[in-house]
Design a protein around this ligand. Structure first.
Ligand SMILES: Nc1ncnc2c1ncn2[C@@H]1O[C@H](COP(=O)(O)OP(=O)(O)OP(=O)(O)O)[C@@H](O)[C@H]1O
Ligand SMILES: [Mg+2]
Length: 224
């Protein structure tokens, strides 16, 4: 059976990819076959490859092609709908859904779809990446980058997810930078307000250690 989660974050650069790699590693350790999709990536190297997609490929068990993992690779590291416009491309949630469904039906038991930036990032004049999550009817995993301002970002994101009719399946407290002041109090404030279980706390690690992060996460609450 395939189970799919959409990974969003409180902002860009909060650790969606880092935590996604850790979730893939944790699921792999639990004996599940894994795959991940970065449907829209903005910011690619000369070969047209995005770093997030390459990292996800390192940690998933299924041998997918680059184009399956990252069907829309936009060159500039800017807002996706602007990057798409610059390249004369039009992005549609229905087409992105098709790409994701292709991977979801490839046989992997644990599938992650990594968003871009935060929940309401536009892909066109009309749609946002949230429309893709809605089409997939995916449970949502929220990566909270633990820094000043994260409580407001996390609560607004949780409200938007609920308004879109999706379930927040769990959240991860990730520390992309130095430990924030009053970390424990902030964590507790989030815990009491977010309507989903905390899957784990990922500390600041330089270099980032995917396996150590995986050990900090509990999939029990996701897999039920
Ligand atoms: N817990 C951590 N400890 C140390 N470095 C981290 C941690 N989490 C994330 N980072 C680093 O912070 C940077 C941003 O993380 P990441 O790329 O996972 O963010 P993202 O939310 O996926 O960003 P994007 O919106 O571009 O997809 C990366 O260089 C990553 O290695
Ligand atoms: Mg990322």
């Amino acid at each position: 059976m395939t189970r799919t989660w959409f990974v969003t974050g409180t902002d860009t650069g909060v650790g969606k990819t880092a935590v996604s790699c850790a979730l893939l590693a944790a699921a792999g350790s639990a004996g599940l076959s894994t795959a991940a999709v970065k449907p829209v990536a903005a910011g690619c190297d000369a070969a047209g490859h995005n770093e997030d997609a390459l990292l996800l490929m390192e940690w998933m068990s299924e041998p997918l092609d680059y184009e399956q993992v990252n069907p829309v690779a936009l060159a500039a590291a800017i807002a996706p709908h602007i990057a798409a416009q610059q390249e004369g491309r039009s992005l549609q949630a229905s087409r992105l859904e098709g790409f994701c469904q292709g991977v979801m039906s490839s046989g992997a038991e644990f599938v992650l779809i990594e968003g871009a930036g935060g929940w309401r990032v536009p892909i066109s004049e009309r749609e946002s990446l949230a429309d893709l999550a809605v089409r997939l009817r995916a449970g949502v995993i929220l990566v909270v980058g633990m820094r000043l301002g994260c409580i407001n970002h996390a609560l607004l994101t949780a409200e938007a997810i609920a308004r879109d009719g999706l379930q927040l399946a769990g959240w991860v407290a990730n520390q992309p930078g130095e430990l924030m002041p009053c970390y424990a109090e902030n964590l507790d404030s989030l815990r009491r307000r977010l309507p989903a279980p905390l899957l784990g706390e990922v500390p600041h690690m330089v270099p980032f250690d995917v396996r150590a992060a995986a050990r900090a996460l509990s999939l029990d609450r996701l897999l039920g």
